[in-house]
Design a protein around this ligand. Sequence first.
Ligand SMILES: [Zn+2]
Length: 274
Amino acid sequence: VDRRHMAPGRRRGEDRSMAIHYAGPTPALAGEFYKNVRDGAAQRETLQHVVVAALTGRAFVVPAGHVARIVCHAGPQIVDVMIFNRHDPRERLWANQTLNREGICLSTFSRLWGSLPMFRPLMTIVEDTVKNVPSETTARHHCILGAHCNPRFWRWGLGTDDHPFAQRTNCFYNLLSAIEPFGLGREDVHDNLNLFQKIGILPNTGELVMEPSDALPGDHVDFYAELDVLMAFSLCPQGSGANPPTTPDQDPRPVTVEIQSTGIDPLPTDVEPV
Ligand SMILES: [Zn+2]
């Protein structure tokens, strides 16, 4: 008797797969609406076109129904991104719940969820042109579990305080300097999206690994604002992610930020606070 054919569907591997559940219940995306926003890119009007210098931070107001396009015009560059409700900055990107809803790495039609008591999408990605080059660690781009580098991160990596990255040239201080003109401070710097960063997970240990970004010059990600938001960016000293944080020889580049009007009002976002 060939036992392999006796109990189809009841082998150990298949039993285990039956026990896998998606981590978090999530309302369905209004797919046609966002495809329409994406497909209307050629009709958008560019209201702002700003080149953000390498190793710096900057924040932009993105009105509801507008798109913020982040372009790696000069090649791959990791950008740390925070998002706030423009009118109530206590409502801000909730990285952990975005991870639970959308997965570890975001892409086209991922939603960026905000904090309680509203717990609603603040922005939705309508286009991501970065192509993931397959990797052994199944690494992908735009990771939502990495947070931002800071003086201690670089002190530990470089083994010294005597380097600009271990002082003020890092994502913490870039994000802080980006939001200070808007009346926000240290306590408002929150866990963030790592745009264009390629992150994988080692299956046997669960450790995170960074791989060089696959973004090409001109690759971009479009974020559609569900309400008036403030987006803050830091151009990370880690540059493309090609070098480990134990070396000071990084490859930082500028990026372009465009704010575009779409002429498409968002779907209703006024949920009851919990
Ligand atoms: Zn950084």
